[in-house]
Design a protein around this ligand. Structure first.
Ligand SMILES: C[S@@+](CC[C@H](N)C(=O)[O-])C[C@H]1O[C@@H](n2cnc3c(N)ncnc32)[C@H](O)[C@@H]1O
Length: 218
């Protein structure tokens, strides 16, 4: 079967992951069985990482066995596909602070055993350091004003030299008045002091005024 990346399959021009919890859909996504294996379609309008893959992300640092710290996991939509990719030797530490998403997130984590729910504020990385036992990839998707600052704080705490980070920037959350282009340039500048920027992927038409920045710890 064709692949976008290891663990990310191409089925009729759609993306899909191998379901590690057969017969279970997380957000109503369709499932298909091919040669006895069950795949879950990955909906790019519901997932910024899915959108970035379809929009030409050149490298996916999330692999089988990766330990991923996921900030802004919400109800586990994207995190569940990350869980499929990292498999049973990997882990996805799912941080969110909103009580209203936790019930669903905990349900998903019960079905997908490599996902660990953490109710915490991403602005305070020290507060979840007891649970996050290791981290190879930092992923962040939170609609906050200081998105780059929060990401850097976590990168300082959790990433080792050569580890990867993926940051979704929603320009309207940072600054409603400035041009999105300006907001993205400023984010690149801020991150570039400590991280090597590898790629900036625009997420349109799936998400307006969003980019995903792929970077590496210097
Ligand atoms: C756009 S949603 C994330 C969607 C998710 N990444 C997905 O693709 O399935 C943003 C989430 O970030 C969470 N969030 C915002 N600020 C946060 C913070 N400081 N700490 C933890 N979670 C935060 C919100 O509660 C919300 O659930």
């Amino acid at each position: 079967m064709k692949k976008y990346f290891p663990g990310v399959f191409k089925i009729k021009d759609k993306i899909a992951t191998l379901n590690n919890s057969p017969e279970y859909s997380v957000y109503g996504e369709k499932r298909v069985i091919i040669l006895g294996k069950e795949y879950r379609f990955w909906e790019p309008y519901r997932s910024k990482l899915g959108a970035a893959i379809l929009n030409g992300l050149k490298q996916l640092p999330i692999k089988e066995g990766s330990y991923v710290l996921y900030l802004g996991a919400a109800e586990g939509t994207t995190a569940s596909h990350v869980s499929d990719i990292v498999g049973e030797d990997g882990a996805v530490f799912c941080v969110d602070f909103a009580p209203k998403v936790m019930t669903k997130l905990i349900e998903v984590c019960t079905r997908k055993e490599n996902m660990i729910p953490i109710k915490a504020d991403a602005c305070d990385p020290q507060s979840f350091s007891d649970t996050v036992i290791d981290c190879d990839v930092l992923f962040q998707d939170i609609a906050q004003k200081d998105q780059a600052g929060i990401f850097l704080k976590n990168a300082r705490q959790y990433l080792k030299q050569g580890d990867f980070g993926m940051l979704v920037i929603k320009s309207r959350s940072v600054d409603v008045v400035s041009e999105p282009k300006q907001v993205f340039e400023q984010a690149k500048k801020d991150l570039g002091k400590e991280l090597e920027i590898l790629q900036v992927v625009p997420l349109e038409p799936y998400e307006k005024d969003h980019v995903l920045i792929l970077c590496k710890k210097k």
